[in-house]
Every structure is written in C-alpha cells, then in structure tokens.
Design a binder for this molecule. Structure first.
Ligand SMILES: [Zn+2]
Ligand SMILES: [Zn+2]
Length: 340
C-alpha cells in the first residue's frame, strides 16, 4: 500500500509499504480522508517528540476492511473514526479518570502509525462508527472537535459571559462556534488574516479584531465595558498570544491555553497580575471522554467544519500539505488528505 512516512525530522516520503496486519483486538481500516493539523507540522519540524519512522495523520475516517479475532462490536464494511489517543487503562491516571495523562498513551500518527496511508490499524476500544449522513471529510474532524469538547468541559461557560478567542485558524473557528452555542453574551475573535476574519464573521462572531487595525487591548476593553472578557481562549500556541491572553482577561477571569505551543517554549507573565486579579489559568490536553460527543455534535450539522477545509490533496502530494502548513498562504485553513 501507499503510505506517507516521516522518516526523520523534515523528511516525509510517500512509499510502498506492507499493509499492516491488525492484532486480535484491532481492526484494519481503509482510510478515506485524513486531516492535517498543527501537531503534524510540529512532528515534522521536530518540535514535539515522535517515533520515527512513523506514518503521521491522526484525524482520519475510513471503512473497516478486516477485524481481529477478539473484536466484538465491529464488523467489516462499517464506516468509522478512531480516537488516536489510546490510553493503557492500567496506570495511575487511567484509574483516576484522567486517561489524557496516561503514562503509556499510544498516540496514533505520533508514536504508532496513523492515517496518511491507504490502510491503518486501530484498537477496537477507540473506534466509533460514523453517524449516517456524515461525510468522511467531516467525520475526519472528530478528533479536533473532541479536543474542543474537552476544552468546553474545562472552561464551563456560564450564560451571559463574554469570551475572547485569540486565533482564527481551524481550532479557533471551532471554538468560536462552540462558544456561540454556549449561551455566552459576546464572542470576540482576534485574528490577523483577512479571510479568517471574514470566516469568523460568517460564523457569527459579534466582534472580530484584527491586530493590524490598532491596539487589541483597548478594543477588547471597549467591547467589554472596560472590564475585559470573562474567558480568553488562546488558540494559537505561541508565547506572545499566551501572554496576551493573561493580560486581556477580566479580574476573576479564566484563561484557557488550548493552542499547541512547541515543547519547551517559555513565556513571561507577571505573577502579581495573576494573584491580584485572581485569574484561573486552565490547560486543555487532548480529548478524554469526548469522542462520542464530538461525533454526536457533528451529526447534528450545527457545527460547520467543511467550510474549514481550504485544500483537498491526494496522498501523493503530502509534501505540499506540509508546505501549506508552513507557509500559510492567504485563504489557507485546513488540508484534508485523500489516499485514493
Ligand atoms: Zn489534530
Ligand atoms: Zn494509562
């Protein structure tokens, strides 16, 4: 079969490899669509530790073509997605309802082969059937959406709150749509790129602020009665935007660190501001117990993910998918890779 193999940092090669054989508790999936996200670029750049060689791609949807002997609840022909974060079920974290911290997380597309290939294997315990009527390329968003579902569990929006989201990339736009459905009063999205600003307006953001147009803090204060937002979501993954998020939050406010900052990167915040303003700084890590809810929400059609797809590429053009991620040309949002 054809697979894109990350052989070393900054070296991705499409080549012929053997079709993987599912273990007794696994299924073999024919991949139909696989999304590329920031994590894939971080792996490519060596900013997040992967095992190499590895077939990247953790946001995939496909069809079961073979089931292992011990697989109980799945059958050949079913359309499925797989949760790429498979926890061990045995360690301290797994036994204390926090599988996202599992000591032995089998991260698909990171530590074991993922979906930038014609076929991949996955354990039955992480497989979810795709609801009828949900297109493969929309189902491929189950993973990013599940991460936002978990973030919603962390933030716990209250009715009437004001929210600022920093970053209008695919994750920022998904956050925006969730916030708008959460009963909050006003959502402000902060983004530099014009087409992303337009998209945020289309999705219903009440205020879109482009830092190129002037002082962000002043404008956010003007939009929040001089108080700042109750919640600031950092959906970029950079030190500066983390610092900005802490600065923007209202006294007593919450800051959610969602963007995937490179491992080891440092930011500067003023402890006095955190203590005197009683800020709550929350992290949100992957997607514990949120996959089926993500699929349920996708199935309702209330969440528009297909508008976030700016590029559809064949597996042979995987290098182009990485180049797009690196260069982020105007209008670029997200690439979905199709193995056939
Ligand atoms: Zn992802
Ligand atoms: Zn574990």
């Amino acid at each position: 079969m054809k697979a894109a193999v990350l052989e070393a940092i900054k070296r991705i090669v499409v080549k012929d490899v053997a079709v993987p054989a599912p273990r007794s508790d696994e299924v073999l999936i024919k991949v139909k669509a696989c999304g590329m996200c920031g994590t894939d670029l971080k792996l490519y750049n060596g900013q997040y530790s992967a095992r190499t060689p590895v077939v990247p791609g953790h946001e995939y949807a496909g069809e079961i073509v073979e089931v292992g002997k011990e697989v109980k609840n799945l059958k050949v022909g079913q359309r499925v997605v797989s949760d790429p974060n498979e926890s061990c079920g045995k360690c301290y974290w797994c036994r204390n309802q926090q599988p996202c911290f599992c000591n032995d997380l089998a991260a698909y597309g990171v530590l074991r082969d993922g979906g930038f290939a014609e076929y991949c294997t996955a354990s039955e315990k992480g497989i979810y059937p795709i609801p009828a009527g949900l297109a493969d390329e929309a189902a491929a968003f189950a993973e990013p959406v599940s991460c936002v579902v978990h973030a919603m569990d962390r933030i716990n929006y209250r009715s009437g709150e004001t929210v600022a989201i920093i970053g209008g990339g695919p994750m920022g736009q998904i956050h925006l749509q969730f916030a708008l459905h959460s009963g909050v009063r006003k959502v402000i999205l902060i983004e530099q790129e014009a087409t992303r600003c337009e998209m945020a307006k289309k999705f219903g953001a009440q205020v879109v602020i482009n830092p190129k147009d002037g002082n962000v803090r002043e404008r956010v204060l003007a939009e929040t009665d001089g108080l700042g937002p109750d919640v600031v979501v950092e959906a970029v993954g950079r030190a500066e935007t983390f610092e900005q998020a802490v600065e923007l939050a209202r006294r007593g406010g919450r800051v959610l660190i969602f963007g995937f900052a490179p491992e080891g990167q440092k930011a500067t915040i003023i402890p006095f501001n955190v203590l005197s303003r009683e800020l709550t700084i929350l992290g949100s890590w992957v997607n514990p117990y949120s996959y089926s809810r993500a699929l349920d929400i996708l199935a309702t059609g209330k969440l528009d993910v297909q508008s976030l797809i700016s590029n559809r590429l064949k597996l042979d053009h995987i290098q182009q998918a990485y180049t797009l991620m690196m260069e982020k040309p105007a209008g670029f949002m997200k690439t979905i890779v199709f193995p056939e």
